[in-house]
Design a protein around this ligand. Sequence first.
Ligand code: SD4
Length: 326
Amino acid sequence: MTTRRQFLKRITFFTASIPFFNSFKFKRNYSKGAIRKPVVISTWWFGVEANKAAWDILTSGGRALDAVEAGVKVPEADPKVKSVGYGGLPDRDGKVTLDACIMDEFSNCGSVAFLEHIKHPISVARLIMEKTPHIMLVGEGALQFALSNGFKKENLLTPEAEKEWKEWLKNSEYKPWDFQDIHDTIGMLAIDQKGNLAGACTTSGLKYKMHGRVGDSPIIGAGLFVDNEVGAATATGVGEEVIRIAGAHTVVEYMRNGYSPEEACKLTIERILKRFKNIEKLDIQVGFLALNKKGEYGTYAILPDFEYAVYSEEEGIQLKKSKSIY
Ligand code: SD4
C-alpha cells in the first residue's frame, strides 16, 4: 500500500519536474479552493522590503508570527520611512511616539502605544504578549518594561524629521489627517506553510498629532485582527475612522460571513463612509488589507493612492495599487 508520505513524495517529484503542468494544476486546484501558502502582504511601498524579510522566514518553514515581526522591523529601522519607528515624524511637540501590535494564530496578542525611544515597538508588543498576562502597555510603563527587558533607549528623531517638524512649526497648522504628504503605517499579514495566520502593525502615527494621541494601529480589532479560522486584516490611514468601526475586526467578520477579502475590505470602507453621506468627496484616506485562510488576499481604500506589497510563489514580489472608492 502506498503510504501518505510516499504519495506526497511522488507528487512533489512529478510536479517539480514539469513546471508548466505544475502551474496549470496549481491554478486549477486553487480555484477549487486549495490553500495558497505561504503568502505575505503589507501596506505601502516599504512593504516590498519588509515582505522580503518575512518571506525568508516563511519559505524556510518558519511561523507566520516570526515572519511578520521580522518583516515590519525593516521599516521600523529605516530612517527613510518617515511614518514608522526610527525616523518617524514627531508629534506637534517634537516627540516621536510609537504604536504597534501583533497577533498570532492562537489569538495571543500584544500591543504598545505612546511609546518613546525604542526603535522596535513591534518586538516590545511581542514581549508583552509572551511575557506578561496583559495585552497592552502604554507610555512610560511600556518604556520601563522595554528597558527592563534589554531594549536600548535611543533618540528616534532624525535630523531630517526634526527639520520637517521645525518647518511645520512656522505655521503649526493642525491637520494630522492631511495625506498630501503621505504618512503611513505598515500593516503586515502572513499565512505560513502550516496554514497559520499572523499579523503585525506598527507606526509613528499621524504626523504632528497631539502629544499622547493614539491611533488605531496598536488597537486589536481596529488596526489589526487575526482569526486563524477565518482570516486576518489590517488598516492604514486616519486611525480615528478605523477605531470608530472596529475596522480590522469588521473586515474579518465579513470574511467569516463568506465575503472575499476584497469584498470584505470594500464593505468595511463603505461602513466608514456612511457617516459622511452628506460630503461629496471625502478627503481622508483609510485602506484595509485582508488575507483569508485560503491564502487569498484583497484590499480596498477610500482614496486612490493606496498601494500594497504582496509576496507569493505565483506572483513573486509585487507592489500593487489598491482599488478605491474614488
Ligand atoms: C494612525 N493609522 O495613527 C495610523 C496612521 C497611518 O497611514 O496609518 N497612516 O492613525
